[in-house]
Design a binder for this molecule. Structure first.
Ligand code: VGL
Length: 197
């Protein structure tokens, strides 16, 4: 039987793009690339899942309460909205994470859909065995999502031309990619030669 697949786009939100509260340098360059992946998956009739950071105003994730990061992706704010150029299809499944006041929730596997169903169960209920992951940021949420996916037994393909890193240290993204490869991720061929198979 054919392996069922889904596209998974991590946290392509205004605050992670240039000008945002935690703007990833060149973060918005993933948008046109991810739009091409969206088109391919939509044409193939395959599910598209989109995660978002969805924080309360006060959380230990923020440096205002002992955490690492400036406040970002606060629920209902402009910064928490998806990048306006991302062509999210109307039937895409939106999953939210980071709502607890004391958790970082980097991984998309911490996210729940509008009914409160966790990502793993959303995937299992649809019979999805392989996810293709792109988005922001390579060294945090993309990495943790990929590692969790592999741990949970999913096949994971990294869309390497559709990711971008924070790089608090310049080598962080490269190290993140190494860690993902070590854990068993497959690196996609790039959107120009990408075929869903
Ligand atoms: C992220 C830093 C802080 C991410 C989220 O989406 O990769 N990075 N919060």
């Amino acid at each position: 039987m054919e392996t069922k697949k889904a596209l998974m786009i991590v946290d392509v939100q205004n605050d992670f793009c240039p000008g945002g509260a935690l703007g990833v340098q060149d973060g918005d360059r993933v948008v046109p690339v991810l739009n091409r992946y969206i088109e391919k998956f939509a044409q193939a009739g395959l599910p598209i899942l989109v995660t978002r950071d969805w924080h309360p105003p006060r959380t230990t994730h923020f440096n205002t309460a002992g955490g690492l990061w400036p406040p970002h992706c606060v629920q209902g704010s402009k910064g928490a909205e998806f990048h306006p150029g991302l062509n999210i299809t109307s039937d895409a499944i939106v999953l939210s994470k980071g709502m607890a006041v004391d958790e970082d929730s980097y991984s998309g596997f911490d996210a729940v859909d509008s009914r409160g169903v966790v990502l793993k169960d959303v995937l299992r209920q649809s019979g999805i065995e392989r996810i293709y992951v792109g988005g922001l940021a390579t060294d945090y949420c993309v990495k943790e999502t990929v590692l969790d996916g592999l741990r949970q037994g999913f096949q994971v393909v990294l869309l390497q031309d559709g990711i971008c890193g924070v790089n608090l240290q310049p080598e962080d993204s490269d190290q993140a990619i190494d860690a993902m490869i070590e854990a068993g991720v497959t690196i996609g061929p790039g959107v120009d030669s990408f075929h869903i198979e």
